[in-house]
Design a protein around this ligand. Structure first.
Ligand SMILES: [Zn+2]
Length: 491
C-alpha cells in the first residue's frame, strides 16, 4: 500500500543532513519511504493533507519512561524527604515486594507506551523505576510489554532491567548499596532469555537489548558478564552512569576508580554502549571542573550519551556542556526519562540550559537538538535507516500541527515549534509505514478509561513509599501539598 502525506513543512533529508522542504510531500510504500519532494506523480492508495504542520522523522527516545510518573513526587522535596523515597535496609532484608500485580504492571506499561505515542515518539528504549518492584524487572513483564508495544505499533529496544544491588538509605543520612548477587546473575540470565524471545518473535519493531540498571548497583563481575554477552550477541547495552556525585562516590568506595574507569576496566567501553545522562565527567564543577580527557575517552569508544535535558533541569542538573560534548565527537541522542515524555519541551529546555552554561545564545541551537532527537538516536541504535526522511529509509514519521493562534507567527517551523510549542501538538504518527496515532487518537485505546486506571495505580504507588522509608513516614508526610487544603487551614 502506498500513502502520501502533504504538509506546509517537511523536515527532509538530503546530502547527509536535514533540510526544510516547503509545501512538501512524503510518499511511502509498506515500511519504506519512496519519495520526498514537491511533485510525486505516481498513484497512491491513501492520501492525507495535514495543512499547516511540520512533518519530521519520528522522535527517538532512548531513556523513555515506561512507568507511572514519579517526578511529580520526588523532584522538589528537601534532602531529608528525598532519603525517605529510597528503600531502608529493613525493607530490603525483610519486606521487599512488588507494589503492583502483574496485571497492574501491564496497565502501567500500556499507559506509559500510549503516552510516548501521544507525544510523537516512534522509537523508544524503556526505563522504569525499580523502586516499586521486589527486585528489578521480571522476564514475564517484559514479554507482556513487548506484546503491548506491538499492539500499539511503536518501535522498541527492550529488555528486562537487572541489578545485583539496591540503593538504600542509611540511618546516618547517607546512601549505600545492599547486594543480593544471585539476583543479579539471575537477572542477566533472564535478559539473555529475553534476547532469545525477541529473536524468535522476528518482529523488526521488537529489538532485544541489555539494560542493566545503574552502575553502582551492579557487581564488577556482572558488569564484565554484561560486556561479554553484549559482544557475543552483538547487542546494545544501556547503563545509567556518570549520573551524579553520589554514584561517583559509591563507585570510588566500592571499586577504587571512577565510573568511567570502571566502564573501561570491565570491557563495557568495547560494547555498543549508551550512557543516559552522562553528566558527571571531569568537566563537571563538582568533579574537576575542567577537561582532563573523559570526553575524548567517551568519543573514542563511540559511546552515545543519552541526554535528558528536561529531567536534568528538574533535578537541578545540567550537561557541561552540550556543545563541548558535541565538539568532542560524542554522539548525543535524547531521552525523556520522566513524565511528560515531551521531547519538544525537552529540546527547548536543553537549548536554553546550554545558553546559561556556555554563556552565549548560540551554544546549542535548536537544529543541534533536533539532530540529537533523530539522527543521534539512529546512530546510537546503529540504524542508518531511522531518523531521516529520504527514499529508502524506514517510514517512521510524526506530524506536529502549527495552525493554532497560540503557536504565534510563523518564521522557521523548527524554532516556532520548540520556542512556542509542545509535543502535545503531535497529531499523526507512523512507524514502519503503519499509523500509530491518527488525529490525536490511538486505535483500540480508550484514553479516558486508561487515565482513570492509571490514576488509581498512582495512588497505590504513592501510598507504598511509606513502607520502604527508613522512618516509615506516611505519604502525607513524605509528599506534603504545596498549600494546605482549604478546609484544614486554621483561622
Ligand atoms: Zn535515566
Amino acid at each position: 500500500m502506498r500513502t502520501r502525506w502533504r504538509a506546509t513543512h517537511v523536515l527532509a533529508h538530503r546530502d547527509g543532513g536535514h533540510a526544510l522542504l516547503r509545501d512538501g510531500e512524503i510518499v511511502w510504500e509498506d515500511d519504506t519511504i519512496l519519495y520526498v519532494g514537491t511533485g510525486y506523480d505516481g498513484p497512491v492508495d491513501v492520501e492525507l493533507d495535514l495543512g499547516e504542520a511540520l512533518v519530521m522523522p519520528g522522535l527517538i527516545d532512548l531513556d523513555a519512561l515506561t512507568d507511572i510518573d514519579h517526578l511529580v513526587l520526588d523532584s522538589w522535596g528537601p534532602r531529608e524527604l528525598a532519603a525517605g523515597l529510597l528503600w531502608s535496609q529493613d525493607y530490603f532484608d525483610h519486606r521487599r515486594r512488588h507494589v503492583f500485580t502483574p496485571a497492574e504492571r501491564a496497565t502501567v506499561r500500556e499507559y506509559a507506551l500510549v503516552q510516548l505515542a501521544l507525544h510523537g515518539i516512534t522509537t523508544y528504549m524503556p526505563i522504569a523505576s525499580e523502586v516499586h518492584s521486589a527486585w528489578a524487572e521480571p522476564y514475564d513483564e517484559l514479554v507482556a510489554m513487548a506484546r503491548t508495544s506491538r499492539r500499539i505499533g511503536l518501535r522498541g529496544y527492550l529488555g528486562p532491567a537487572y541489578r545485583s544491588g539496591v540503593n538504600v538509605a542509611l540511618p546516618d543520612g547517607g546512601r549505600g548499596v545492599a547486594f543480593d548477587e544471585e539476583r543479579g546473575r539471575e537477572g542477566l540470565r533472564d535478559a539473555v532469555r529475553f534476547l532469545d524471545h525477541t529473536a524468535a518473535l522476528g518482529d523488526p519493531l521488537v529489538n532485544g537489548v541489555l539494560l542493566p540498571c545503574r552502575i553502582e548497583t551492579l557487581t564488577e563481575d556482572l558488569l564484565r558478564e554484561t560486556a561479554a554477552t553484549a559482544r557475543q550477541r552483538d547487542v546494545l547495552v544501556r547503563l545509567h552512569c556518570l549520573q551524579g556525585m553520589a554514584e561517583r562516590d559509591l563507585v570510588r568506595e566500592l571499586h577504587g576508580t571512577t565510573p568511567l574507569g570502571l566502564l573501561a576496566r570491565t570491557g563495557l567501553l568495547d560494547t555498543r554502549l549508551l550512557v543516559p545522562h552522562g553528566i558527571v565527567t571531569d568537566r563537571h564543577p563538582d568533579a574537576h571542573g575542567e577537561d582532563r580527557g573523559d570526553l575524548a575517552v567517551l568519543a573514542a569508544a563511540d559511546v552515545s550519551v543519552v541526554h535528558c535535558p528536561q529531567t536534568s533541569l528538574r533535578y537541578g542538573q545540567v550537561l557541561h556542556s552540550f556543545d563541548a560534548y558535541r565538539r568532542a565527537g560524542i554522539n548525543l541522542c535524547l531521552g525523556t526519562d520522566s513524565f511528560p515524555p515531551d521531547l519538544i519541551r525537552g529540546m527547548d529546555a536543553g537549548v536554553h540550559l546550554a545558553k546559561v552554561v556556555d554563556g552565549r545564545t548560540d551554544a546549542a541551537p535548536a537544529e543541534h537538538y533536533v539532530e540529537a532527537a533523530t539522527l543521534g538516536g539512529a546512530r546510537a541504535l546503529g540504524r542508518a535507516d531511522l531518523g531521516r526522511l529520504e527514499p529508502g529509509a524506514q517510514a517512521d514519521l510524526v506530524a506536529f500541527r502549527l495552525d493554532d493562534i497560540r503557536d504565534g507567527v510563523q518564521d522557521d517551523p523548527v524554532r516556532t515549534l520548540l520556542l512556542n510549542g509542545t509535543a502535545r501538538q503531535a497529531s499523526h504518527s507512523v512507524v514502519a509505514g503503519r499509523p500509530v496515532m491518527t488525529d490525536g487518537r490511538i486505535p483500540g485505546i480508550d484514553l479516558a478509561n486508561l487515565r482513570r486506571r492509571a490514576q488509581s495505580l498512582f495512588e497505590t504507588m504513592r501510598a507504598a513509599y511509606g513502607e520502604r522509608d527508613l522512618h516509615r513516614r506516611g505519604a502525607g508526610e513524605l509528599f506534603p501539598p504545596t498549600f494546605q487544603p482549604y478546609e484544614e487551614t486554621s483561622r
